[in-house]
Design a binder for this molecule. Structure first.
Ligand SMILES: *Cc1c(COP(=O)(O)O)cnc(C)c1O
Length: 518
């Protein structure tokens, strides 16, 4: 069992302080309320619940309980988190400070525009930065997730086709390596998803693509949803030709921009001819995410679709231009005097709102702070390091974790391996064992076209030492697979609960603590 001890030495999960759940003692109290200055009156009887078994605890007990609970989780601030496709990058603390600024934190979405000029200016500036970074005409910050941005983009494509060549264009092509949200949003927007195969080099099969828009078929084509770099971590070298083929057939091109971490400051998707694309502000531009949000899926659109963007978007009043930017000019602190510079407006053919109010404002502040901190050159360097790190890690582990698609090509910011540790060892076993070594497992079993997929994205901020340690853990696991495979099969060993039945957990979730239950 020496190997198990090796994992133990590395694991930040040990030793574990036991988590107590039944600490309540009758009469113990966490807060002492001051004596009221008015006479006490009993509450109306129908408002009082007699048998409410609330725990009675001191403040310190409550703090320790919840702090320990929080430490039972993996986080970017605690561990290496190389989750492919989800860009779990380090979130600079400066962004948190900016988002927590009093004026941002305390503003309310129903406040009049004259009082929220600073918020609106930040949104306007973010729209402009994102436009120049991606080469698009228009930007809406309404989307609260990547998937919602996708839905908005597909509804925009639908709206445009309806107003033009009729409602007969319903087919949307989607490469078979796509993220599951692509076919889902396409279907929700009323289209039919059609899968396009990938070749051995991981690129879209061009013959299949041409065939699917040939002759009469062009008339029913709505467009394509495509991710570049694709989820195999490879740049789609035929992207210009693919866009040309789709446009010639009368279709529009949706770009899934979740992989923008490979391209910042290097390529502008708008220049390539994409018609609409979402950005995952909560992946590419930092923001703690995972576990369901909050997020921001900015929607970027070119000439063809900018008028259809969901709204409102922030516009700058050209008349008020002389007043100067509200944020930079304290003299215009009384905004009513100069007249508001920034206001909300719906694009002319807008598909409407896709969210209440203005999007997840706190995430927008973080994205703006991130962009301003790095600047255009810094963003480019971040992408370059993201790509360099992924290639370094891929090379370190390729003996036991080879890349089946395009193995001879450099990868982009992530790569997808197919581990070969023996026929009885599955990716799930490797992933669970990695937890014992103190690493968050990469994305597993996605993309679906890769056998036993193991998809890693180290991101730009990881040190060489961290990636070396991760590679060493993967090598140790490969050795364990040979000498003591049961270590992998029963992993994880050092967590409060071991291998879970994930299907049962998803089907019958227990979402709250039930006293006395197992
Ligand atoms: C994360 C991701 C999405 C969806 O974004 P959410 O913000 O999770 O809704 C779509 N496509 C790709 C490639 C992604 O990685």
């Amino acid at each position: 069992m020496t190997n198990q001890n090796a994992a133990l030495d590395n694991s930040p999960l040990m030793p574990q302080v036991p988590l107590l759940f039944e600490e309540s003692v009758p009469g113990r109290c966490g807060a002492i309320l001051p004596k009221p200055g008015v006479d006490e009156t009993p509450l109306p009887a129908d408002l009082v619940r007699g048998a409410l078994a609330l725990p009675e605890l001191s403040e310190a007990q409550v703090v320790r309980h919840f702090t320990r609970l929080s430490q039972r989780n993996f986080s970017v601030d605690g561990q290496f988190y190389p989750l492919g496709s989800c860009t779990m990058k380090y979130n600079p603390k400066l962004n948190e400070e900016a988002a927590a600024e009093e004026g941002f934190r305390r503003s309310h979405p129903l406040m009049a525009g004259t009082y929220t000029q600073g918020n609106l200016e930040l949104m306007y500036r973010l729209q402009e930065r994102l436009k120049s970074l991606t080469g698009f005409e228009g930007c809406s910050l309404q989307g609260s997730a990547g998937a919602q941005g996708e839905l908005a983009g597909m509804l925009m494509i639908r709206a445009r086709h309806r107003g033009g060549s009729g409602d007969t264009r319903r087919r949307v092509l989607i490469p078979d390596s796509a993220h599951g949200t692509n076919p889902a949003t396409c279907t929700m927007a009323g289209f039919t998803a059609e899968s396009i195969p990938s070749g051995a080099d991981g690129a879209v099969d061009m013959e299949a693509l041409r065939e699917s828009v040939a002759g009469e078929k062009a008339k029913t084509l709505a467009g394509i949803m495509i991710t570049n770099p694709g989820t195999l971590g490879l740049f789609e070298r035929n992207i210009a030709e693919i866009i040309r083929i789709i446009h010639n057939a009368g279709g529009l091109v949706y770009g899934d921009g979740a992989n923008m971490n490979a391209l910042m400051g290097i390529i502008k998707p708008g220049d390539l001819g994409f018609d609409v694309m979402h950005l995952n502000l909560h992946k590419t531009f930092s923001t703690p995410h995972g576990g369901g949000g909050p997020g921001a899926g900015a929607i970027m659109a070119g000439k063809t679709l900018a008028a259809f963007l969901p709204g409102p978007v922030v516009v700058r009043d050209p008349e008020a231009a002389s007043a100067g930017p509200a944020m930079a000019n304290p003299a215009s602190a009384n905004p009513a005097a100069a007249g508001p510079v920034y206001r909300l407006e719906k694009p002319p053919s807008s598909i409407g709102r896709i969210k209440s109010f203005y999007g997840n404002f706190g995430v927008l502040v973080r994205a703006y702070a991130y962009i301003r901190t790095l600047g255009t050159r810094g963003l480019r360097r971040a992408s370059e390091y993201a790509v360099l790190n992924a290639n370094y890690l891929r090379a370190l582990i390729r003996d036991h974790y080879p890349t089946p698609f395009g193995p001879e090509r450099p990868c982009m910011h992530e790569f997808t391996s197919s581990p070969n540790l023996g026929k009885d060892i599955h990716t799930i076993d490797i992933a669970k064992r990695l937890i014992d070594y103190g690493f968050h497992p990469p994305t597993v079993y996605f993309p679906l076209i890769v056998k036993e997929a193991f998809m890693a994205e180290p991101t730009e901020t990881e040190t060489k030492e961290t990636m070396d340690a991760f590679a060493a853990a993967l090598e140790a696991i490969a050795e364990e697979a040979r000498t003591s495979p049961e270590l992998l099969k029963n992993a994880p060993h050092f967590t409060p609960v071991g291998r879970l039945d994930e299907t049962a957990a998803a089907r019958n979730p227990v979402l709250r603590y039930i006293p006395g239950a197992e």
